[in-house]
Design a protein. Structure first.
Lengths: 330, 330
């Protein structure tokens, strides 16, 4: 029976990964590690045997012990402080909770001499300062990180490669681009817009003003359900020490995203730019190439962005309902 | 009066930097920070007002407090775990005592809103996996670090650049190539060879067998007294956020180094390769370009390698004498 450790277990991506595993009807065992209790019940799965341990990955000894007890075949390393803006406010905490926790994790695997495969999740932020001529971004392009968060992710990636080549640790690396999907926190742009639209759709108005950042920027969005399938395939078929973009390969403006969602809820949308939501020195355009993961792993995204956006809106409607009804957010 | 903080105060490079400052006859004040007491007397200088504090740079609060009290104009950040082989044995300690201590230091300057200029000392190891065609190595070349130590240094450098651009912190960055000079520990190759020759020269023999690693590799050596002058000039004239190679621009084989030193002591030298001293996957050739530092800062090395090597031998003779005489190593 395959055994997975998932770090960052209580987060958005982890829950979708669990649902993906469950949908495959394989008997697998999962140990979830996180600082925070998950908001779901680990007993709610039919095929998964799922347990949770509250562990701070900065605590090397506790983590090493949890790994040793469980002897995982796979580690999906989702734990991260993945906010760019937080990293500008507290670079030390950001660096520790990205790079240092990862180093603790991969060093534990080395010291325990396990053949565990690790998926090291990185970010499109690693590309950093790019121009439109660089699109689509390929894995072999130079990295020019511009935020403390991006530096932390590049450091994690370089450590992964040194461990793969120098210590023969089995690690596969991603650079994951923006994801969208049900359950995402509203600190992310699409989720924030969808929440505003879901709220507006309950007000029985025709016109709605939403608060936005710069809507002209172009991003590459992938549905989180496609993303977790990519992670599964990379754990199964990725090449040791290799880096893979996880992205749709298609760029859309945020205003296009807003229009699609506005049409879906049947509202005429006007937007007001909040300067505090406009990131200084943000890249105009970020689009990735997914040729490598297509070619080597056989992954292509299945879910159209339109479908993803509708599901995000529907999810927000449900979350707002259950909130009004006093139910807990799921 | 200029005020300098020197981290890694008790080390080899720091002592030469102090002598350089002293030789300039400027009245400057120096606060030395290190985990270990210096082996010299801080009161031995005529022009420098020198004090020492034992501080672990991983202790953010203590370090920040020391910086705040002293209000330095310049920080020469020499503290590091600079051994590649140690980094393979303990990657976590290596990373913490290179990258994390540096992040603590530069974050302290940001939080205290000081206009202090920091010199972030990096390493030619950052270039990593290079070929002869890449020589001489220029600052704009891609970095391919292959050891945990090299990754830690690249991370430090990327953090420096983010702090310079994103936070306007005044930091100048080096990639320093091999240095040689009096006082260096015998874990470094030239110092180790010189020590063996100095020992041999006292034995009144004609032939001497020395134990070596791979003598065919080519390195770029600079006398430490030239290196510290480069650091001084970079603190005074380097451009914020810029990276400078500190190197001679000239490559020599280690066997050439050994021959020069053998001639100087008048011994016929044979060498025996100790496999444990041959680094796996070591680069055949590392030569840097010093055009940028020449052009922008006006630094060129003054001391010929032959002179440097003789001084290293003479220094070892003195150290061995004083050791025999029961004196403490200075």
């Amino acid at each position: 029976m395959d055994k997975y450790i998932i770090t960052g277990f209580s987060g958005f991506v982890s829950r979708h990964f669990l649902h993906y595993l469950e949908s495959r009807s394989e008997q697998v065992s999962v140990l979830g590690l996180d600082l925070h209790e998950p908001a779901f019940d680990v007993r709610d799965f039919r095929h998964l045997t799922c347990t949770f341990e509250r562990v701070d990955l900065l605590d090397k000894e506790r983590m090493q012990n949890a790994i040793y007890q469980f002897q995982p075949n796979y580690i999906l390393h989702l734990a991260a402080y993945s906010s760019v803006s937080f990293s500008w406010k507290n670079p030390i905490l950001s660096f520790q909770n990205n790079t240092n926790i990862f180093l603790n994790l991969i060093e534990a695997i080395r010291l325990l001499r396990l053949s565990t495969r690790i998926l090291s999740v990185g970010s499109s932020e690693e590309y950093g300062n790019v121009t439109e001529r660089d699109m689509p971004l390929r894995e072999d392009m130079p990295l020019k990180p511009v935020s403390p968060y991006a530096v932390a992710r590049v450091s994690q990636e370089m450590l992964s490669q040194v461990y793969a080549k120098g210590f023969d640790v089995d690690v596969v690396i991603t650079r994951s681009f923006n994801h969208v999907g049900p359950g995402q926190k509203d600190i992310f742009v699409v989720s924030s817009l969808a929440k505003q639209l879901a709220e507006g759709s309950k007000k029985h108005v025709r016109k709605l003003e939403v608060v936005t950042g710069d809507l002209s920027i172009i991003r590459d969005f992938t549905d989180v359900r496609d993303v977790v399938r990519a992670y599964y395939l990379l754990l199964k078929k990725g090449k040791k020490g290799e880096i893979y973009n996880v992205c749709s390969g298609r760029g859309v403006t945020l205003s296009e995203v807003l229009n699609v969602m506005g049409d879906y809820v049947g509202l005429e949308v006007e937007h007001r730019v909040d300067a505090s939501l406009v990131r200084p020195q943000d890249n105009k355009m970020i689009i990735g190439s997914n040729k490598k993961i297509q070619h080597e792993v056989g992954w292509v995204p299945d879910i159209m962005l339109e479908k993803a956006l509708k599901d995000v809106i529907d999810d927000w409607k449900r979350r707002l309902e259950s909130h009004v009804a006093g139910g807990s957010a799921t």
